[in-house]
Design a protein around this ligand. Structure first.
Ligand SMILES: NC(=O)c1ccc[n+]([C@@H]2O[C@H](COP(=O)([O-])OP(=O)(O)OC[C@H]3O[C@@H](n4cnc5c(N)ncnc54)[C@H](O)[C@@H]3O)[C@@H](O)[C@H]2O)c1
Ligand SMILES: O=P(O)(O)OC[C@@H](O)[C@@H](O)[C@H](O)[C@H](O)CO
Length: 444
């Protein structure tokens, strides 16, 4: 019988299995963290000093599966021509997000240096400018509970609540600050999170807010590696003829990129060994990625679903959608500085999106499209219109969303995304033409 994946079984096979000391806490133990930040840590030359204690956000499933495997999992790098696999050992603790004693213990380690986060854009429960969302019942309850109960007496359920609990444990133990590194697809995600977290802290305890301001660094990141949700069929295929049984493998593409901007007051792994790039000015890189990759994904998700496609590669096989994706990349490129090489990135994206062996389901990408369009398509559309150009692909992306959602008349739909563009008759007409075209093709 094939032995289960575990550190003792890996060691018995003569493979490197040591568990590094915890110096990183991660929130959101999903597929992406395991394909990205955990992989970069695995490939740093000092990886023996950097273990990750990872916590799930909502469901406990990944914590259960990974805890049974000592945090180990197989990462399958899936190219158009074949797979390569490796066992990643950098996660040394996998716990449910509700395990607050384990979270407090991790934050109370003097050598803790970093907290990374991948809880989806929605998981921050913040307004899109980073301000507190006063209508979010979970966050409101957490802030009230943390403010009224003595430390540790209240069990927060949200990311912000748990992050405040962990940071407060460090403050109370008089330990030094750390770097907080959000890795979700949000523009200037470090500033976004610091805005919300400091507002939240001020409502809990002004001393905590002052400590965070003085001691904690927020690092903005642009993260890039297409990592679809693992299916049961993927698990079965990975385990066929494998040396160890793995209940929680991750499938990812060969391409990967990580651009970071900010300070690490307590140090960091040598992530640059795996290709991470550190910059003083992240904005052009982040815009390139959000406008070109995520903007095109949002367009394909809505347009593709409306036209009956199921995956990104399937939607890219639709000549009209592909043509509009190319046009969207041209429009975004016109708004990006040449130094980030938009044409070369577009060329890489053509190959990446067309990879038929990466089954990236449109339904996984389509959530919260209105909020995403505001950040990924509207800024390009506004700039293109101001430059006197038609912004036809941006208008088509808006039409795809309008076709996939129930949004009333076209002006109202555009207004919900951008009052500026709603007042632009030429842009609204272009959206209307896009909707008519999708309707003629039978879009719902
Ligand atoms: N998968 C990718 O290709 C990819 C690439 C770049 C960036 N990202 C970023 O990473 C995020 C997560 O992607 P993933 O593939 O790991 O997804 P996933 O569904 O595998 O994991 C998401 C994790 O976040 C937690 N979570 C989800 N909603 C939450 C909420 N409302 N509150 C608290 N926790 C919540 C989940 O419990 C889970 O631990 C994406 O939303 C995106 O921002 C993903
Ligand atoms: O929910 P979103 O739109 O932020 O992200 C869905 C995918 O587009 C995204 O996860 C990409 O695969 C990723 O951003 C690639 O680096």
């Amino acid at each position: 019988m094939t032995p289960p994946l575990s550190r003792p079984n890996l060691a018995a096979a003569g493979r490197d299995s040591a568990a590094a000391p915890v110096r990183i806490v991660h929130f959101g133990l999903g597929a992406f963290h395991r394909a990205h930040q955990a992989w970069y840590t695995q490939h740093a030359r000092d990886r023996d000093q950097w273990g990750i204690a990872a916590f799930t956000g909502r469901s406990d499933r990944n914590a259960r599966l990974l805890d049974a495997q000592d945090g180990l999992y197989t990462l399958v790098r899936r190219g158009a021509g074949g797979d390569t696999s490796e066992v990643v050992t950098s996660i040394v603790q996998a716990r449910p997000g509700s395990d607050l004693p384990a979270l407090i213990a991790a934050f109370s380690r003097p050598e803790l240096a970093i907290a990374t986060i991948t809880v989806t854009e929605r998981g921050y429960r913040l307004a899109w400018d980073g301000g507190l969302d006063r209508e979010d019942a979970g966050l409101t309850a957490d802030l009230a509970g943390l403010a009224s109960e003595p430390f540790g007496g209240f069990a927060p359920t949200t990311l912000l609540g748990r992050l405040l609990l962990g940071l407060d444990a460090r403050r109370r133990a008089r330990l030094p600050g750390i770097a907080v590194v959000p890795c979700d697809n949000v523009p200037d995600n470090g500033r976004f999170l610091s805005t919300g977290l400091l507002q939240a802290a001020a409502e809990v305890d002004t001393g905590l807010a002052a400590w965070i301001s003085a001691e904690v660094s927020f690092v903005s990141t642009s993260v890039d590696r297409i990592t679809p949700r693992t299916t049961a069929a993927d698990v079965a295929a990975v385990n066929r003829d494998a040396p160890f049984q793995d209940a929680a493998p991750v499938i990812t593409e060969p391409f990967t990129d990580w651009v970071l901007s900010g300070d690490f007051p307590a140090g960091r792994p040598c992530w640059e060994d795996a290709g991470a790039r550190f910059t003083a000015d992240i904005e052009p890189w982040e815009r390139r990625k959000l406008w070109m990759l995520n903007g095109a994904h949002t367009m394909l998700a809505n347009g593709g679903l409306a036209l009956g496609h199921e995956t990104v590669a399937g939607a890219m096989g639709d000549p009209r959608l592909r043509e509009m994706v190319d046009a969207l990349w041209d429009e975004a490129a016109a708004q990006l500085p040449a130094e980030v090489e938009p044409p070369a990135y577009a060329e890489q994206l053509r190959t990446r999106f067309a990879n038929p062996r990466i089954e990236h389901r449109l339904a996984q990408i389509a959530a919260d499209s209105a909020a995403k369009l505001k950040l990924r398509i509207i800024p390009v559309a506004v700039a293109e219109r101001a430059a006197g150009r038609p912004a036809g692909a941006c208008a088509f992306a808006v039409a795809c969303w309008a076709a996939a959602s129930v949004v009333g008349d076209v002006e109202t739909a555009v207004h919900a995304l951008s009052p500026v563009l709603a007042a632009d008759g030429g842009f609204v007409d272009a959206v209307r033409r896009g909707l008519d075209e999708l309707g003629r093709r039978g879009a719902a």
